[in-house]
Design a protein around this ligand. Structure first.
Ligand code: F6R
Length: 603
């Protein structure tokens, strides 16, 4: 939800800011803008639309010379995405420009107060109150004015400030929205995340809630809420430049689908030693818990649903999965003996953070499964297991989701072992280590996917059905399809069809049936026969050797033979590719689907 970037150095700021915004565009892409300081004044260019439109506009204005500046790419919350509401926003006196990611909850009250003092607001945004407050509090000391400004804000913010008065100095502030400072040689940066900076520096400082920073080309000083200097650790990031580029693929999503074998290897290999699952980083005694609650949003929740099946099966302890946006306002029955597992690629999802805080207040221990190192969820959790998927740029998650499942598989095995329930660990770890290969096979054995996409792309709706973990994968398959191709797709537990949904089945209605679990295959087969006898076209996802399903389905997708306990992580891959190719057929903006943003840092 919005990306911000700032640069101060000795070279031109605008190209660095625009390149940074291109890399942050996955966070929001309905409008964008930059502001650059030069000769005691701030120049600003903003536009509705994507960063490419901003690049054209900046070029047309002569490139915006200047060696310090700030930039923003927006996912609108307050005010429609037009040029005026695009960031940066400027104080009435033109002395300050501000970019902001987050939501200022008390903006209406602050705006009223400022208007009463004679401030004329230009935009409908909540952000403008920040810059107008700053302008009104400024009496020659920006740090003091900024501290006073942020003390008035309720909500979440990562803020970048550019001043006309102090050449080459940027300010930044953070509360509950991601913000890092990048350390260069004779140049320094801030950004919402490392993807914007990785071509310039891999050395960063993570800002914490309540802190502000003063950034010049040669010095970075971080202060706490009282204005006292804080000593911060430097962190070296291992993500490389290539991982944030498309590398010849048409879309980041396709690249990230294809990266899954390598991503899963990076997730699994370091945790398997001598035929055992080792989570040296965990530091929790699994005997202390007698129930498990998994919470997350969207695809991460779907990974949690897979995890729930496995934990129940292997560990024989009560396990539930609940979406975080419900859990945060519900009454979960949890306490000190509950292990809450939160799952998040970005580590910044607002609902997940709120749910985890609620669970901690109830006395539960929170274990986070997260991709982004140093993210808010990673910092707040009692223990963290990283997925090590590398940067995920496409808005629709793929390798983020499959690596979450891989960690949940290993965690289930680890817990089962600690409860004395795991038999034949060596065989299980062999299966886990083979998963990256199996994913590659699943990619290779389905060359018909583009043709299937041509057949199904114009359908009115798609139904995904399955049972148990097949159902968990159906949820994710339907989400992938709808979010990138805009084709109405729903997932149903196959046995639920006859309780209502079957009324929608008519001649040529496509039904995607997931049949990868031999123990319940007969049951799903019956559901396939039921929908076929009402005219449905069935695209079945199964094993090549499954003659019963192969002979009854109209079309087929295959996965290689794999223990059904661990098939979910393979099954999703052909469905990701199907969604990708349907979206291509429909001419959709695959990496940046409409109305979405990758990191949902607002409620
Ligand atoms: C769908 C998708 C979203 C995310 C959800 C949670 O493709 O990416 O549903 O899974 O917004 O995001 P994280 O995992 O960052 O908490």
């Amino acid at each position: 939800m919005c990306g911000i970037v700032g640069f101060t150095g000795r070279s031109q700021a605008a190209p660095v800011l625009l390149d940074g915004l291109k890399h942050l565009e996955y966070r929001g892409y309905d409008s964008a803008g930059i502001a650059v300081q030069k000769d005691g004044a701030i120049a600003m260019t903003k536009t509705s639309g994507k960063v490419d439109a901003l690049i054209d506009k900046v070029r047309a204005t002569g490139g915006m010379p200047g060696v310090s500046g700030i930039g923003h790419t927006r996912w609108a919350t307050h005010g429609v995405p037009n040029d005026v509401n695009a960031h940066p926003h400027m104080s009435q006196d033109g002395r300050f420009a501000v970019v902001h990611n987050g939501i200022i909850e008390n903006f209406a009250e602050l705006r009223k107060e400022l208007e009463a003092e004679g401030v004329a607001f230009q935009s409908e945004t909540d952000t403008e109150v920040i810059v107008q407050l700053l302008g009104s509090y400024y009496e020659g000391d920006i740090k003091q004015a900024l501290l006073r400004t942020v003390s008035r804000l309720e909500g979440s913010y990562a803020v970048g400030v550019l001043s006309a008065d102090v050449p080459g100095t940027l300010y930044a502030a953070r509360a509950a929205s991601p913000l890092i400072i990048g350390i260069g040689a004779g140049e320094n940066f801030f950004a919402s995340d490392i993807t914007a900076l990785v071509s310039h520096t891999k050395n960063v400082i993570d800002m914490d809630d309540g802190e502000i920073a003063e950034i010049t080309p040669d010095r970075i000083t971080v202060f706490d809420h009282a204005g006292r200097a804080v000593k911060k650790e430097e962190r070296h990031v291992t993500w490389d430049v290539a991982s944030a580029e498309k590398n010849g693929y048409d879309h980041f999503m396709l690249k990230e689908i294809m990266e899954q074998p390598a991503a899963l290897k990076a997730t699994i290999e370091p945790r398997i030693k001598g035929g055992c699952v080792c989570f040296e980083e965990l530091g929790l005694d699994m005997k202390n818990y007698d129930s498990i609650l998994i919470t997350a949003c969207g695809s991460a929740y779907h990974a949690g649903v897979v995890g729930r099946y496995l934990i129940r099966k292997l560990c024989r302890i009560p396990a539930e999965a609940e979406v975080a946006s419900e859990l945060r306002y519900g009454d979960p029955v949890i306490g000190e003996r509950t292990l809450v597992i939160v799952v998040s690629q970005s580590g910044e999802t607002a609902d997940t953070i709120a749910a985890m805080k609620k669970c901690r207040e109830a006395g539960a221990t929170v274990l986070a499964i997260v991709n982004v190192v140093g993210s808010t969820i990673a910092k707040l959790a009692d223990a963290v297991l990283y997925t090590w998927a590398g940067p995920e740029i496409a808005v629709a998650t793929t390798k983020g989701y499959t690596t979450q499942i891989a960690v949940l598989y290993m965690l289930a095995a680890y817990i089962a072992k600690h409860l004395g329930l795991l038999q034949n660990e060596a065989a299980l770890t062999d299966t886990l280590q083979a998963l990256p290969r199996r994913i590659q096979q699943a990619i290779d054995m389905n060359p018909s996917i583009p043709a299937l996409a041509r057949k199904y792309h114009a359908s009115k709706a798609l139904f995904f059905i399955g049972r148990n973990t097949d159902y968990a994968v159906a949820l994710e398959g339907a989400l992938k399809m709808k979010e990138i191709s805009y084709l109405h797709s729903e997932a149903y537990a196959a046995g639920e069809l006859k309780h209502g949904t079957i009324a929608l089945i008519e001649e040529h209605q496509p039904v995607i049936a997931l049949c990868c679990n031999a123990s319940i295959m007969e049951k799903t087969l019956s559901n396939i026969v039921e929908v076929k006898s009402r005219g449905a076209e069935v695209l079945a996802l199964t094993f090549r050797s499954n003659r019963q399903i192969v002979s009854v389905a109209d079309d087929l997708l295959f996965i290689p033979p794999v223990d059904p306990l661990f098939s979910a992580v393979i099954e999703i891959v052909p469905l990701q590719l199907l969604a990708y190719h349907v979206a291509r057929e429909n001419g959709c903006d695959i990496d940046k689907p409409k109305n979405l943003a990758k990191s949902v840092t607002v409620e």
